[in-house]
Write a protein that binds this ligand. Sequence first.
Ligand SMILES: Cc1cc2nc3c(=O)[nH]c(=O)nc-3n(C[C@H](O)[C@H](O)[C@H](O)COP(=O)(O)OP(=O)(O)OC[C@H]3O[C@@H](n4cnc5c(N)ncnc54)[C@H](O)[C@@H]3O)c2cc1C
Ligand code: SF4
Length: 327
Amino acid sequence: MRAFRYHRPADVAEAVAVLAAEPQAAYLGGGTNLVDLMKLGVQRPDVLVDVTRLPLDTVEELPDGGLRIGATVRNSDLAAHPVVRRDYPVLARALLAAASGQLRNMATTGGNLLQRTRCVYFQDTGKACNKREPGSGCAALHGQNRDLAVLDWSEQCVATHPSDLAVALAALDTVVEVHEPDGPRDIPIADLYRSPGTHPERETTLARGTLITAVRLPPLPAARRSTYLKVRDRASFAFAAGSVAAVLDLDGDVVRDVRLAYGAVAHRPWRAYRAEEELRGRPFSPDLAARAADAELAQARPLRHNGFKLPLTRAITVRALTELASS
Ligand SMILES: Cc1cc2nc3c(=O)[nH]c(=O)nc-3n(C[C@H](O)[C@H](O)[C@H](O)COP(=O)(O)OP(=O)(O)OC[C@H]3O[C@@H](n4cnc5c(N)ncnc54)[C@H](O)[C@@H]3O)c2cc1C
Ligand code: SF4
């Protein structure tokens, strides 16, 4: 492991100023992803700016009925928060389906959103990877791609985003509060992540050195009827083979509103707008849910080893919505 310096900033402005002054600096949250990648030689920061002592560790109920979650709130604390459990069960379930108890005790909200892909070639410095080393190629495109994307990939990168939390936040139309060198800004989560295109090394729309300070959930009474379903290879802890975050609002048996987002299918959490469109205004049935998933997945382009993700994603869509409809 290379030597690096450790810095503990006094406030947000100082944290952002250090990143602006040091081209090879990185923020340190719980370190559960960054430190692993440093050990593998995938990331090589000279300075770690530890943000976990900044006053960003509270969950605050907002006057409009929404919720602001500080960037350093640990995943375990967020999953156990009574308002999250009552008003946004999809969020609590997504968090509890992720990683292990020990990891969730360390992992932060901001770090979770910006964790890097689990593509095995990205993590292996001996393999070609455009995301790690732009222009070097993509070993996954014709290699082992079982865990990789079926939607919106490019010839340059077929990686998926690994976060379960981000999928739930995408379904909830979350706003991400950031602090850039120029000052604070709000970014809708739909605008946070990028498609890989010709620059897979750029995963988000954030300027270098931007600090996530909080995420803000809008008031969404319908989210009390929400869930997160995840399929994984191992029950104790594993990244998703497929996942769905779902919010369902019924008027009688007619779908008044619905929010759906998929995990493990694309370079970013995938909001299933086409499926939502198919469902809205129609009497709910499992057949309708299946048709909605098919409408969304019609644009999929499975790779050699991951065609199973299409029936899997369809099945969990039907199951999640059917459970919500009968709850
Ligand atoms: C064995 C194992 C299993 C796992 N399983 C799952 C799983 O099933 N589902 C899942 O979702 N995750 C899983 N994870 C990943 C885990 O959730 C992430 O490692 C964790 O959430 C990252 O949070 P952190 O605070 O530790 O981030 P760090 O590792 O500290 O940082 C991650 C990245 O975010 C940046 N960063 C951190 N905080 C901020 C901030 N406030 N603003 C801007 N940038 C910031 C860092 O510079 C770094 O680039 C697993 C991890 C392991 C090791
Ligand atoms: S899929 Fe993306 S992350 Fe994986 S090897 Fe290809 S370029 Fe790298």
